[in-house]
Design a protein around this ligand. Structure first.
Ligand SMILES: [Fe+2]
Length: 190
């Protein structure tokens, strides 16, 4: 095999190792927070590779120049997104599944929210900011467990981000929140 194929195979193995470590942490639980240190370390290791752009399978997206699936199983998906264009800020939204947000190249502002209402009134939601930080290349942020998986990621420069999204990722819809007014609307997922 050529040197390049060997190297890309190593990259794919590194992706699988990251997925396995996260999968091991999440056996029997939907709450990533108690395993934060291990999950973050696994993703940080993956971010150190400089060849992740070469191994993904392209997927459709409406929020980026490009998006590539690096890993998929029914519980876990690792996606690299090219955010070199500015397609505007996203509103805070959920996925119905916890996610890890990380930066492969560039810089983003990351915010996450805890949901503090009883979720009994359609269209209404009270959110509390739980994290508001700048993520630089190599850095990772973890959402809470559902329903505290609400997040907002806004690019501050040309960026490639690496998202780890978990089981239940494709529910078809997401809730987009208006934090100040305490409301949300349901829109199709991208
Ligand atoms: Fe998102």
């Amino acid at each position: 095999m050529s040197e390049k194929i060997d190297r890309l195979h190593d990259a794919a193995e590194a992706v699988r190792a990251c997925a396995k470590e996260i999968g091991d942490c999440m056996k029997g639980t939907d709450d990533p927070v108690p395993h934060k240190a291990r999950i973050v370390a696994a993703i940080e290791r993956l971010l150190r590779r400089d060849d992740l752009r070469e191994i993904g399978s392209p997927r459709k997206t409406s929020h980026a120049n490009g998006s590539w699936i690096l890993y998929y199983d029914p519980k876990l998906m690792i996606v690299l997104g090219d955010r070199r264009n500015d397609m505007g800020d996203t509103d805070p939204h959920n996925h119905g599944a916890w996610i890890a947000t990380s930066v492969y190249a560039g810089q983003v502002r990351y915010r996450s929210y805890a949901r503090t209402d009883d979720r009994k009134t359609a269209g209404k939601a009270q959110l509390q900011l739980s994290e508001d930080r700048i993520l630089n290349a190599g850095e990772v942020a973890l959402s809470g467990a559902v329903p505290h998986d609400i997040h907002q990621v806004n690019r501050l420069s040309d960026t490639y981000n690496l998202m780890i999204v978990t089981g239940g990722y494709l529910p078809g819809t997401r809730e987009y929140y208006d934090v100040e007014n305490g409301t949300y609307e349901v829109r199709p997922a991208d």
